[in-house]
Design a protein around this ligand. Structure first.
Ligand code: ADP
Length: 326
């Protein structure tokens, strides 16, 4: 984590560096005075709602109102690099000066602790809130992995339990005010992305990750349809593992074809966010627990991720009670 701060020097704006250098204080969440003026309908009691349910819903809304934009990272298939993309988008957002939360809702296969080098960390509860793991001053991370006795432990839960824990991760974690909450969902259109879509409120959107070949693209088409059904805006599609530059002849080899993600974006009328090429260093960094976009900042793939982040910042316009950070 110290490494993140040091290597960030010279690559980020003075404003971003100042945010990394600031002492760790961890803003405590407060009652949101802006619920009525933003996207929150928590003031009204719903029909048949008990006191407890009403207060729970208000507590969740208060927490979500402190987050400028919730970004759900989804894929149709496993293994397309969704968690890698989520971890690197969150890191790149933090390095560009945003305050960011990274929430892993892949209950059965949490990858974020390993990818961020936090697999030995465990969270504590303080003042009735779960304290997320902090990386520098700008990045807070939460995963079911931080609650398990060991990496080898399996979680065997059905839908309602998963909904309950995701709700807790949103409501009971001390996120504090954030510009972005990046949420890494498991592949597919099951309980986890559905729970997130139902709970996070607005403003929120989905980033869909695919590899270029038809098999993966077909599944992401289903993710687009899922987002339409649950009324979650699709911010755009990322084509990951898009071409490999041969280290010997420098020619690009389209290992998994190329252009499938872009073609799907055109077909479904959503934005194409860009292509991230294959880079063996991404695997090295993932296994070493160091965000690639940070360690290999000069690489073409890191450049592609940074351009995607610039686009995301320009289109999402975080809406925070205390004002967005530009
Ligand atoms: P998912 O979350 O979709 O299951 P992961 O993020 O776990 O996928 O990535 C699967 C594997 O692919 C990991 O070993 C990761 O390092 C690797 N990977 C992801 N993106 C790339 C890329 N652009 N180039 C090379 N390897 C990649």
């Amino acid at each position: 984590m110290e490494e993140l701060k040091i290597a960030a020097q010279g690559q980020v704006s003075p404003q971003a560096q100042e945010r990394f250098d600031r002492p760790r204080s961890g803003p405590k969440s407060q009652d949101c005075e802006h619920c009525s003026s933003t996207h929150c309908s928590s003031k009204e009691r719903q029909h048949g709602e008990s006191d407890e349910q009403f207060h729970e819903r208000q507590a969740l809304a208060r927490k979500m109102c402190q987050i400028g934009y919730k970004l759900l990272v989804m894929s149709g298939k496993g293994g397309v690099g969704k968690s890698t993309v989520a971890a690197n988008l969150a890191t790149a957002l933090a390095l560009s000066g945003k305050s960011v939360g990274l929430l892993d809702v892949d209950i059965h296969g949490p990858s974020i602790p390993k990818l961020m080098g936090l697999d030995k960390d465990r969270v504590v509860v303080y003042d009735s809130e779960i304290v997320p793991i902090e990386i520098g001053e700008s990045l807070k991370v939460m995963s079911i992995g931080f609650l398990l006795p060991s990496d080898a432990d399996a979680v065997i839960w059905r839908g309602p339990m998963k909904y309950g824990v995701i709700r807790q991760f949103l409501k009971d974690v001390a996120w504090g005010p954030l510009d972005y909450l990046v949420i890494d969902a498991p592949p597919g259109t099951g309980d986890e992305p559905l729970s997130v879509a139902q709970l996070v409120g607005q403003p929120a959107g989905a980033v869909l990750v695919t590899t270029p070949q038809d098999l993966s693209v077909a599944d992401v088409r289903r993710s687009v349809s899922f987002c339409q059904k649950v009324e979650l805006p699709v911010v755009g599609i990322i084509e990951n593992m898009s071409g490999l530059v041969c280290p010997h002849c420098q020619r690009t080899i389209d290992l998994f074809k190329s252009g499938g993600g872009e073609a799907l974006a055109r077909e479904t009328g959503v934005a194409f966010l860009g292509r991230v090429p294959i880079d063996p260093q991404i695997v090295e960094c993932g296994d070493a627990g160091v965000p690639y976009v940070h360690r290999c900042a000069g690489s073409p793939a890191a450049g592609a991720i940074r351009r995607i982040v610039e686009y995301l910042i320009s289109v999402t316009k975080p809406d925070r009670p205390d004002g967005p950070r530009q």
